[in-house]
Design a protein around this ligand. Structure first.
Ligand code: IPD
Length: 263
């Protein structure tokens, strides 16, 4: 990013600091103390430490802002218009299985709108950054969504529900409907990175249901700032309210949304 704002610099610093701890823990993943959070969804000690690190950094720099984090949930700030939305470890299942595809995601919301976002993948040392009106960046490179037009040439990503989630049949129907019309569909297990990859033109689109604001807040800004479109997959309300999201390059967004909604 050419001219990063003070908030972006704070977010990058917090993400890097948390990532150093996560990388160390990733190196000895078999020794981590793991506690069950719910069916199929585990929180590691590393996850909790990462959130504490990020929270301490952000709160020291901006003590008035509110907070919404995956592990410690919500805290109102003295400034009710601003809050951090943080996933300290997106791709937890990958992390626990030793798969090198996970990230830290930090977003800043102002008056209900995401205005800054940072997603850091420390294994690949990829820092995705976006600020409203200032574009989306990967390290020092400006990002644009892909320019593909034909769905048959496109590569999509999604999330597949697990652990008895009742939306699994719907998800499988969507994949079955879309797959024959595309170049392929990936399930890489980190929604924040899926969205960052749409912003980077690596994926042409992404959709998922049942995800949380911390999974998608920073990623959605990245897609928009890279020239892509983002909206709710389930009609009627916004992405945070429905927990459903579809993101894609501008050429295919409507067709993708329509196709998925018709399944
Ligand atoms: C999960 C990942 C996964 C997505 C799940 C999320 P977490 O986040 O982003 O790709 O399919 O819906 O909950 O639990 O690893 O932070």
């Amino acid at each position: 990013m050419t001219q990063a704002s003070a908030n972006i610099n704070i977010m990058i610093k917090a993400a890097r600091k948390a990532a150093r701890g996560l990388l160390r823990d990733f190196g000895e993943v078999e020794n981590l103390q793991v506690s069950a959070k719910g069916p199929g969804d585990f929180v590691s000690r590393a996850d909790l430490k990462s959130e504490e690190t990020i929270r301490a950094e952000l709160m020291e720099a901006r003590p008035n802002y509110g907070w919404l984090g995956e592990e410690s949930r919500e805290a109102k700030g003295a400034d009710p218009t601003r809050r951090w939305i943080v996933d300290p470890l997106d791709g937890t299942t990958n992390f626990l299985h030793g798969l090198p595809h996970w990230a830290v995601s930090i977003a800043l919301e102002h008056k209900g709108e995401i205005v800054a976002g940072v997603i850091y993948d420390p294994v690949k040392d990829e820092m995705f950054v976006a600020e409203k009106g200032a574009g989306a960046w990967l390290n020092d490179r400006r990002l644009r969504v892909s320019g593909r037009r034909e769905m048959i040439a496109m590569l999509f990503a999604t999330g597949v529900p697990f652990a008895g989630n009742p939306t699994l049949p719907q998800s499988l129907r969507e994949i079955a409907a879309l797959n024959p019309q595309t170049s392929g569909i990936r399930r890489w297990g980190a929604a924040a990175l899926d969205l960052a990859y749409v912003a980077a033109g690596r994926f042409d689109g992404f959709w998922e249901r049942g995800i949380h604001p911390w999974d998608m807040a920073a990623g959605c800004l990245l897609v928009r700032e890279a020239g892509g479109f983002v909206g709710p997959l389930d009609e009627g309300a916004g992405i945070f309210e429905t927990g459903s999201v579809v993101a894609a390059n501008a050429n295919i967004f409507e067709t993708l949304t329509r196709t998925l909604r018709s399944v």
